[in-house]
Design a protein around this ligand. Structure first.
Ligand SMILES: C[S@@+](CC[C@H](N)C(=O)[O-])C[C@H]1O[C@@H](n2cnc3c(N)ncnc32)[C@H](O)[C@@H]1O
Length: 375
């Protein structure tokens, strides 16, 4: 089971988000423009671009939602101007370059949903040299957070389940970044701008976030909260900042301290982060009262990387294909532009009898490989 369509219902029900995106698209798209909607989902940004007068829109998405998007384009009289391309944006080639790239792949805190990879690739391959982009810049905002929810998620691992000790999970839990909803009553400080990413030029290299914060009330500092303010187009912003009057319905990122630290009203807290966007890694350092308390955490220590997996990444490891890997190789070799799927299914079934007890199982396997790597 997956959230599937319901995730898009959620996105399309968010009026503050749609209002900001519609204003931005009307600002950035000019009549006659060619527009590329990256990670297009239901194609809503492409529909908005048509409304703004785009002559053609290419909507790129790698998920099954693309058929719903096609139907929405037909239902809204835009089918003749919209072309839907199913695939990962980095694999897609288009017959012409765009005047405008649009996307809402900002995630909770700008980097973790893949915005930087998306744009650094598409800008280079799919956009005219003097083309425009929406969003233009994203501010990474940082704030001090008191959150029972975060505290409970970590304290959980100090307890037991069915009478068994769970404490080995504590360190991993304290080095995990949690998507959750923060409200303004969770904040111990104002949000401060820690970094600005210019989507029009940013690459995927590591970058730093730094913020000097001051507690505006006393409390238990459980986590550093992360959210964004996006400059979508000239004069149009969109934010998930807790308590903002125009806040969109989107979660935030909480980077825990592990065990809460007491802060007093007026205490200075310095937060710095190193973010490696392509690997979705964050390392965060928190200094309370000018270094009186200091801690460093990293999602590197929160990753669930079994030692078996790590061993396979060592440079001297000599890998061999598993039975499943061999079957995958068979299928890929047979995708030669000549054979039809039925022939490939039968060959996979006959060549890998230990793996596929029935033709049905081979068919399911081939469907997965061909859907992912075939065209
Ligand atoms: C947040 S949702 C859609 C948002 C949509 N633009 C909107 O405003 O409602 C993201 C969609 O992008 C797709 N996606 C994410 N990264 C992608 C990529 N690099 N290439 C193609 N599709 C991608 C996912 O399958 C999903 O359907």
């Amino acid at each position: 089971m997956s959230r599937g369509l319901d995730e898009h219902r959620h996105l399309l029900s968010d009026r503050a988000r749609l209002a900001a995106l519609q204003r931005a698209v009307l600002t950035v798209v000019r009549p006659g423009d060619v527009v590329v909607d990256l990670a297009s989902g239901t194609g809503i940004l492409g529909l908005m671009a048509c409304r703004a007068g785009a002559s053609r829109v290419y909507s790129i998405d790698d998920g099954g939602i693309i058929d719903v998007a096609r139907a929405l384009a037909r239902a809204n009289g835009c089918a003749d101007r919209m072309t839907f391309v199913m695939g990962h944006s980095a694999d897609v080639e288009l017959p012409e370059r765009a005047d405008v790239l649009v996307a809402d792949q900002i995630g909770y805190f700008c980097f973790e949903a893949g915005l930087l990879e998306l744009y650094s690739d598409a800008r280079r391959r799919l956009l005219n040299p003097c083309g425009r982009m929406m969003p233009e810049r994203v501010h990474l905002m940082v704030g001090l957070v008191e959150s029972e929810d975060v505290r409970d998620r970590i304290a959980f691992w100090s307890g037991q389940a069915a009478g068994f000790d769970l404490s080995p999970g504590t360190e991993i839990a304290a080095n995990t970044a949690y998507p959750l909803t923060l409200s303004d009553s969770d904040l111990l400080s104002d949000g401060v701008n820690g970094a600005v990413i210019d989507v029009r030029s940013a690459g995927t290299a590591a970058f730093s976030v730094k913020a000097d914060l001051t507690a505006f009330r006393s409390g238990a500092l459980d986590a550093i909260g992360g959210w964004f303010v996006a400059e979508l187009a000239a004069g149009v912003t969109m934010t998930n900042a807790p308590g903002a009057p125009d806040q969109i319905t989107r979660q935030h990122l909480a980077l825990p301290l592990g065990s809460p630290m007491t802060v007093r009203k007026g205490d200075p807290v310095t937060v710095s982060m190193q973010i490696r966007p392509a690997e979705r890694l964050v390392r965060w350092t928190v200094d309370v009262r000018n270094g009186e308390h200091r801690l460093v955490r990293s999602t590197m220590n929160g990753m669930l990387l079994p030692r078996e997996f790590l061993a396979r990444t060592r440079p001297r490891f000599v890998p061999r294909l598993t039975e499943r890997g061999k079957a995958r190789q068979t299928v890929l070799d047979l995708c030669d532009g000549v054979r039809a799927v039925a022939e490939i299914e039968r060959a996979a079934y006959e060549r890998h009898p230990d793996l596929f007890a029935s033709l049905d199982l081979a068919q399911t396997f081939v469907a997965e490989v061909v859907a992912r790597d075939g065209a």
